[in-house]
Structure formats: structure tokens, C-alpha cells
Design a protein around this ligand. Structure first.
Ligand code: SIN
Length: 186
């Protein structure tokens, strides 16, 4: 099995003492258990947020994985999220938190004022063993409704993300459609 935590730790993108921007699009938007210097909403281009990644360690188990967000490449689209300016030290904790399939990639981040910086983003690509891939939003909601893991129920991840996106005035049809199906189940 690929050890994404080891691959991330071996990367040479972080320079001691030099803060870096990290783009969050899933739980990193609403669960901020790390120190940051500054944060502001940001956009990355050519990616969409999809609940296509399995979760063995947070919102499910290896036998009954939950479903969480990853980014899927889609030219011409964009994804809104929250960017955090952090020191390199926080990546020890974050690489552990994101160890179930997420690799760190470099990407340009765009801010509302038109400025752009090179930043980092965790993406679970389809090569990772926990990747589940596409399903209808109704099926994803059903899957989420019955999943739970060490970090809590899977529906909490979805509902907290939807609420956080609304607060940021972000329209995400995929996330909001899953939310609608999920709420209709209860
Ligand atoms: C992210 O939020 O940016 C990565 C995926 C997650 O931790 O939910």
C-alpha cells in the first residue's frame, strides 16, 4: 500500500522558516485544528470538489469506509475554499491527518482581490487504495448516512462542509444535492 504520509514528508517543497499557503476544500475549511498566520477565501482552477474518496480512518473504517471530499480534475471549472498561511511545522500534523490517500500538490491559489500565489493542496487521486470514485448524489447520501468512523458520523462531515460553504457564499451543486438527499432520509 502506498504510504502517502511518507511521500508527503519526503517532499522538498517546504523551506524552513518560510510560510506557505495551504488551500482547504473539505474538512480543512471547517475543522481548523492547526495554527495559521492568516486565512482568506480562495479559488483554484480546473478542479471540482467530489465526494469520491473513501475514509478508512476518520468517517468510516477499512471494512466500511465513509465518503469524503477530494478534488477531480475538470478543465474550465473551479473550486472555492479557504486558504491558510501556515508555517512548515504544521505539515507534520496535517500529513498525519490526511494520511488516508491524500498527496500534497503545488497549485496556484487565486484570491478575491485578483492576486495569485503558489500554494499547496491535499488531493486524493484515483490511484490511492481508499478511492471510491463516482456515484449518484442520492447513493452518496445513502452511503454517508450509514457511515461512521473515529472522527464521528460521516453526515457531520457533509453537513458541516455544506454549512461552511454557505457561510462563504459558495454555490456547490454537488455538495448541496447530497445534503438535500441526506436530509430527506432522516
Ligand atoms: C481538504 O479539506 O482540503 C482536504 C480533504 C479533507 O481533509 O477533508
Amino acid at each position: 500500500m502506498i504510504d502517502t504520509q511518507a511521500i508527503n514528508q519526503a517532499q522538498s517543497t517546504l523551506v524552513e522558516g518560510q510560510p506557505v499557503w495551504l488551500f482547504g476544500y473539505g474538512s480543512l475549511i471547517y475543522k481548523v485544528d492547526f495554527d495559521y498566520i492568516e486565512r482568506k477565501p480562495a479559488r483554484i482552477d480546473n478542479w471540482v470538489r467530489r465526494f469520491w474518496q473513501g475514509s478508512h480512518d476518520h468517517r468510516g473504517t477499512p471494512k466500511a469506509p465513509g465518503r469524503v471530499a477530494t478534488l477531480i480534475e475538470q478543465p474550465g471549472s473551479s473550486c472555492m475554499g479557504m486558504a491558510y498561511k501556515v508555517t512548515p511545522e504544521v505539515f507534520g500534523h496535517l500529513d498525519h491527518r490526511e494520511k488516508n490517500g491524500y498527496l500534497r500538490f503545488e497549485t496556484p491559489l487565486h484570491f478575491a482581490d485578483g492576486t495569485e500565489v503558489e500554494g499547496l493542496v491535499y488531493i486524493a487521486t484515483e490511484e490511492n487504495v481508499a478511492f471510491l470514485g463516482p456515484a449518484s448524489e442520492a447513493d452518496i447520501a445513502q452511503h454517508i448516512a450509514q457511515s461512521v468512523g473515529p472522527s464521528g458520523p460521516n453526515d457531520e462531515y457533509l453537513l458541516e462542509l455544506a454549512a461552511a460553504l454557505r457561510k462563504l457564499n459558495v454555490e456547490d451543486e454537488h455538495v448541496f444535492a447530497i445534503e438535500r438527499h441526506l436530509l430527506a432520509l432522516s
